[in-house]
Design a protein around this ligand. Sequence first.
Ligand SMILES: Cc1ncc(COP(=O)(O)O)c(C=O)c1O
Length: 358
Amino acid sequence: MDYNKHFDIPNDILYLNTPGNGLLPKTSKTWRLERDISFFDTASDLRDKQLEFLVGVKQKVVDLFHSKFEQTFLTPNFSFGYNTLIDLLPKGYRYLVLEEEYPSLQYPIVNRKLNYVQIKPSTQLEEDLSGAIKFHKPDVLVLSIVQYISGLKVDLNFIKKLKKENPSLLILADGTQYLGTEPFNFTESGFDAVASSGYKWLLSGFGNGFICLSDQIVELIHEQAKDIPKPQAAMWANKSLLSTYFEPGHQDTLSHGTLGHSLTFLSDIGLNNIESHLQALKKEAYQLLGERGWLLPHTKRAVQSSVINIQIDPKLYPNLLNSGVKCFPRGTGIRIGLHLYNNLADIHRLINILESIQ
Ligand SMILES: Cc1ncc(COP(=O)(O)O)c(C=O)c1O
């Protein structure tokens, strides 16, 4: 399917940097330009209708990812939602985290002086997690669904099973390198929280994100906060306690509107169709890169993500940039991502460029 017609991609650019930041669909870009002008038009009433507008955006998150409306919150980014959440959990909890995890997941545990253990992510990620949970008995497991350097993706069926077997374990996930690549049902996922920024695979630009919470974690937060009086001010009469934490102030409707617009775009195409498109691309990329010995060992797992760390010298990064390839050096290689605006020709072009600069 020719999805790249929905994006502005010049012929001399090979855009593979979705794990850094994703492209905006043309429709979202046009909407932003018009919205900004009409929003600040003195005669406009859009500035007075921000709440209703944001309710509409939240509804799109809820519809696409199957979370509960009252347990979904719009945030400026992943980090705000996640930091707010861990501040609401009992202080004595013990956390299990992965080494080399995105710093916004790991460091808030360190700088709050919380109790934590770390394990190194390996090709047997799920067995390692099971073993560490049995041994360390954490209260909370925190992980990115897709690791930002290596592209290692956790098996989402394992998460469901893990939650069934350990119902009191809270499982908090970062969906930023994952959401937008395939269908995802939060309510059935086994996660107690999934937070995400919108600017990568959700194609929504910066300044927007969200967090979805399970019944269990909401109950726990309410239990912790049972002595707190409801807000008294009339203008907050309808604000839920959780919203006072996760959505404490005014939000940027341009940013969140872009999220809403791009979610409509993704939902119109269908996350199942995006999944099929990416599967075909991944098959080709893993095959051609694997034949050349440029993949990390975990890429042989059945569960594969759209983030690939190509094992070539990161010093070759300037050569890739000179060839129009948008990507980032990360870890021991060069990280790329394949999204719906990429096609098989992009993969062949990349291989040719990689061979020519070796
Ligand atoms: C795994 C992961 N989570 C989250 C983020 C972004 O979080 P934030 O927008 O809060 O900085 C990134 C960005 O690189 C990421 O790779």
